[in-house]
Design a protein around this ligand. Structure first.
Ligand code: FES
Ligand SMILES: [Fe+2]
Length: 280
């Protein structure tokens, strides 16, 4: 599939295979709201209809498939399902009340999206893996548990972090902070005065690759959004955290490609990731 904006600025999604000779349309350009195939210049409208066939007689009723598309809170949604798309787009991409978005980061990672999802849905690894970043100095708890409120969401214990898997490839985490940057123990996120809210979207990009979208919002420090180059700071922090995970996840991917099961021996704190795996 290829996404572009039509002449009215509306997002459009059409099959990424030219009706002429199957060249990827995504390698081309967009001209006046039409996607242009780079091979012989055939042009496509938002509904997939071919509108131009340069250098030959134009044939009507030629085109490619298109998907219904909607846009909300900075996200473009395409509907590849059968039947009509839902009338209402999901609302969870918007930060909760009183939170403001402080960072939005996009990064391509050379990892299958399921492995990345299972990494994000796991908090027990933090005091072992994230020793140079957010979990520096965290003691290793006697027990880490995930109390599920619903099938795919719940509360971590002893961390004040609520987490939810949002199908098909998103993770929401709501983190209670004692002081800016400090995690409290033995309380729930809701009992904390300050919160950091995260949305991770793991979009499968191509085989073995994920486009990771990260949106971070806070309900304190509103001034921080106006600090010059703050986006660079958040990007560096996010890159460091991801780097700590990548070493491990790439290693898992290597084992997976050699036919080894990455779920050899799940234990109780793996509950959410295992439920995700079953959902998949
Ligand atoms: S393959 Fe696209 S125009 Fe020829
Ligand atoms: Fe991690």
């Amino acid at each position: 599939w290829v996404l572009f904006r039509d002449e009215h600025g509306q997002a459009a999604c059409i099959a990424d295979s030219c009706a002429h000779r199957a060249c990827p349309i995504s390698s081309g350009t967009v001209e006046a709201g039409r996607a242009v195939c780079p091979y012989h210049g055939w042009k496509y409208a938002a509904d997939g209809a071919c509108t131009d066939m340069p250098s030959t007689v134009f044939c009507r009723n030629v085109g490619v498939r298109s998907l219904p598309v909607g846009e909300k809170d900075g996200f473009v949604w395409a509907w590849p399902g059968d039947g009509e798309p839902p009338s209402e787009l999901p609302g969870f991409t918007r930060p909760p009340e009183e939170h403001a978005v402080h960072a939005e980061i996009f990064v391509d990672v050379p990892v299958e999206h399921g492995l990345l999802m299972e990494n994000l849905l796991d908090l027990a690894h933090a005091p072992f893996t994230h020793t140079s970043t957010f979990a520096r100095g965290w003691p290793v708890p006697d027990a880490v548990k995930f109390h599920a409120h619903k099938l795919l969401s719940g509360q971590w214990d002893p961390y004040p972090i609520a987490m939810a898997f949002q199908p098909p490839c998103m993770v929401l985490s709501h983190i209670g902070l004692a002081q800016p940057g400090k995690i409290e123990r033995g309380v729930t996120a809701e009992q904390c005065a300050r919160h950091l809210h995260q949305l991770h979207v793991c979009m499968p990009a191509k085989r073995g690759h994920t486009r990771l979208l990260y949106r971070m919002s806070l309900d304190f420090m509103p001034w921080a959004r106006h600090v010059p180059f703050i986006d660079q700071v958040w990007k560096a922090v996010a890159g460091q955290v991801l780097g700590e995970d990548m070493v491990l996840v790439l290693g898992q991917q290597d084992r997976m490609e050699r036919g080894i099961d990455t779920w050899n021996f799940p234990v109780s704190y793996d509950k959410l990731a295992v439920r995700y795996r079953r959902w998949r």
